[in-house]
Design a protein around this ligand. Structure first.
Ligand SMILES: CC(C)(COP(=O)(O)OP(=O)(O)OC[C@H]1O[C@@H](n2cnc3c(N)ncnc32)[C@H](O)[C@@H]1OP(=O)(O)O)[C@@H](O)C(=O)NCCC(=O)NCCS
Length: 154
């Protein structure tokens, strides 16, 4: 596992789009556009992520091929909060053929090290209720219930 660089942009964009497909299959609320401009826009989002000092993008590189990605970012609360900074894992994906080989865990461990180095003591992740492997994965890594996000269709 290593920090992603500009040379990984294409591979990272492909994995990020695959993560979107995974979620769209769980619930159409997560669907992303598929028009020709969407791919270029996804590439721009990844480029911005790579430049953002409050965000760290890690890749699982297996013999030169990027098989997984993890994005961690830092969010800040107003001074009134005791915990002023909190990290979030916003994206995590491992290619289906490469799963259950420890890649997801290694990616998250690298992200946690990055968060700890910044002196931040809490990290959160939002997991779709229907995402069975995601739910099992995070709980296996010691994450537990923190917030319920309730939704309602209007
Ligand atoms: C979640 C995901 C990243 C896990 O990646 P991975 O490389 O397979 O994970 P690891 O091999 O490091 O698994 C670590 C542990 O998590 C648990 N785990 C992982 N996948 C699991 C599954 N499908 N069912 C039950 N437990 C699972 C196991 O305890 C596993 O340890 P073990 O293999 O020794 O039993 C991968 O399944 C994925 O990309 N899923 C689709 C995208 C997604 O759901 N992302 C998370 C969004 S919040």
């Amino acid at each position: 596992v290593r920090r992603a660089g500009a040379r990984d942009r294409e591979a990272v964009t492909a994995l990020w789009l695959a993560l979107g497909e995974h979620h769209a299959a769980l619930d159409p609320a997560f669907a992303r556009r598929r028009d020709p401009a969407a791919l270029a826009e996804a590439g721009e989002l990844v480029r911005g992520e790579l430049r953002d000092p409050d965000s760290a993008l890690f890749v699982w590189d297996v013999e030169g091929r990027v098989r997984g990605l993890c994005v961690a970012r830092v969010g800040r609360a107003p001074r009134i909060a005791v915990e002023r900074e909190r990290a979030e894992i916003s994206d995590l994906y491992v290619e289906p053929e490469a799963r259950r080989a420890g890649g997801g865990r290694a990616l998250v461990e690298a992200a946690l090290d990055w968060v700890r180095e910044r002196g931040i003591e809490r990290i959160v992740v939002r997991v779709a209720v229907g995402n069975r492997e995601g739910q099992a994965f995070w709980r296996a890594l010691g994450f537990g219930d923190f917030m319920d996000v309730l939704g309602r269709r209007l």
